[in-house]
Write a protein that binds this ligand. Sequence first.
Ligand SMILES: Nc1ncnc2c1ncn2[C@@H]1O[C@H](COP(=O)(O)OP(=O)(O)OP(=O)(O)O)[C@@H](O)[C@H]1O
Ligand SMILES: O=c1ccn([C@@H]2O[C@H](COP(=O)(O)O)[C@@H](O)[C@H]2O)c(=O)[nH]1
Length: 250
Amino acid sequence: MSSDTTSPLRYKRILLKLSGEALMGEGKYGIHPPTLMAIAEEVIEVAQAGVEVALVIGGGNIFRGVAGATEGMDRASADYMGMLATCINSMAMQDALEKKGVHTRVLSAIKMEQIAEPYIRRRAVRHLEKGRIVIFAAGTGNPYFTTDTAASLRAMEINAQVILKATKVDGIYSADPKKDPTARRYRTLTYMDVLRQNLNVMDSTAISLCMDNKLPIIVFDLTVRGNIRRAVLGGGEIGTLVGGTETAWA
Ligand SMILES: Nc1ncnc2c1ncn2[C@@H]1O[C@H](COP(=O)(O)OP(=O)(O)OP(=O)(O)O)[C@@H](O)[C@H]1O
Ligand SMILES: O=c1ccn([C@@H]2O[C@H](COP(=O)(O)O)[C@@H](O)[C@H]2O)c(=O)[nH]1
């Protein structure tokens, strides 16, 4: 799909990556239903504006493989548990979206036919063309990866024009702002900047995939209501832009 220069929309097709932890709201674990519903409403707003929306949701609010491995679990088993956590979040988001009357499909990288379609690229594209919100569950289906890498991979496969990484920080900083209060926020970065400076907001596999395929990334704060709409539909610069051109973003 090529970008439509006559369209007033910034993007025709996006991959929105939602942090699992952001679904917790103020809680310490799991899903906070009002937060989930508020995010769903914002997603619906951009879909109803005519943007084709694919979602990838992290699992950090439930389980991360690295944490399990640190406690002595086999890493691959722990990672599969993490992937199942993303399925729980995907189903919760599907429910929230459908409660509001929109059509959705969950496509899982791990077969679980009773609850989700298996991931088939051409089906995903067809669902998007029909205006359904597609939720990619179970990451890449492989251990030792993350949902950021799954987001990059799926974005490429469906020819999304951008990855919007919606997280708990308002952009990419010179160091983790949750740990270093002196860290400063970048407005724009190249992929190489992120890799060379080891800016851990996304893992290096995800960044490298985007770099090799020239897919822009915008990292922005999901906890500010309206930010998904601003990032997708416009309303000033938001977050940090990696790669890409500023014209579509600022
Ligand atoms: N240089 C940096 N700039 C900004 N954020 C950074 C940086 N280094 C580390 N981080 C941290 O990266 C986190 C972003 O990742 P996020 O929590 O969205 O993880 P995820 O794996 O994508 O989702 P989940 O919450 O499901 O695990 C931020 O909360 C932030 O604290
Ligand atoms: O392709 C993938 C994606 C994810 N995992 C595991 O799931 C958890 C949760 O994902 P986050 O990206 O951290 O939110 C992750 O820690 C991995 O354990 C995976 O193995 N493969």
